[in-house]
Write a protein that binds this ligand. Structure first.
Ligand SMILES: NC(=O)c1ccc[n+]([C@@H]2O[C@H](COP(=O)([O-])OP(=O)(O)OC[C@H]3O[C@@H](n4cnc5c(N)ncnc54)[C@H](OP(=O)(O)O)[C@@H]3O)[C@@H](O)[C@H]2O)c1
Length: 198
């Protein structure tokens, strides 16, 4: 398969890249600042230009985008906009624009996160964005004809917890989370959320 991987240098993306290559897929790596192509997925114009250049592809995996953590007293409207523009609209742009260039039976795999189902204090922006991604995928799957869309919802990733100085004993290794992205490429039904269980 020709697979576009947006976010290939991240904690999750690095492992997804390794596993895609081990499985024999041709991977085009895309990030803002490195990779086979540089792209800011927040910019619809840049995304359109990117797909025009790349042409047809069989799958796109997004392990990219960010949103701001923080209690409601600390978050500004601008902080909420960060998640909306980066993690939500960035991934939506990849599907909304990419579908016109993708193969007839292409698969899109987006990333949400466990905070959609299990909110915590400080997660209002992330919970909102993750839930929106899952809702978008469920709804848009009804209109994509033969193309499919799936969402991987990672729990806390061990390496990220270690980076943040948290107890990582309950975390899931990034390599284990990565297996869900490869699994998502073969799921029969469209619009599903693959919950990573640690
Ligand atoms: N790690 C966790 O514990 C965890 C848990 C649940 C959900 N998630 C979700 O999983 C996703 C990946 O997490 P991660 O920890 O692997 O993130 P990460 O280490 O911060 O990596 C993010 C990757 O995305 C790229 N990227 C970011 N913004 C982009 C943009 N606007 N356009 C194109 N590329 C962009 C980055 O490259 P450049 O910097 O070069 O752009 C980088 O390759 C995120 O959406 C995160 O919310 C993570």
């Amino acid at each position: 398969m020709k697979v576009i991987l947006v976010g290939s240098t991240g904690t999750l993306g690095k492992k997804v890249l390794q596993q895609l290559e081990s499985a024999g897929h041709r991977v085009l790596t895309v990030n803002r600042s490195s990779g086979d192509a540089q792209l800011d997925m927040q910019s619809a114009e840049a995304v359109e230009a990117f797909f025009k250049k790349v042409g047809a592809f069989d799958a796109l995996i997004a392990t990219s985008g960010t949103a701001k953590w923080g209690n409601i007293g600390a978050l500004s409207g601008q902080d909420y906009m960060l998640g909306l523009q980066s993690k939500l609209m960035g991934q939506v742009n990849l599907v909304h624009i990419g579908r016109k260039y993708a193969a007839e039976k292409a698969v899109f795999v987006l990333t949400s996160g466990v905070l959609a189902q299990y909110p915590m204090e400080g997660s209002s922006s992330l919970t909102m964005i993750n839930s929106a991604i899952e809702g978008y995928a469920r709804a848009v799957s009804l209109e994509l004809d033969q193309q499919k869309i799936q969402v991987v919802s990672p729990g806390w990733v061990k390496e990220t917890m270690e980076m943040m100085g948290m107890d990582s004993s309950e975390g899931t290794a990034a390599s284990e989370v990565a297996t869900y992205y490869l699994k998502a490429l073969t799921v029969e039904e469209s619009g599903t959320v693959l919950q990573v269980v640690g």
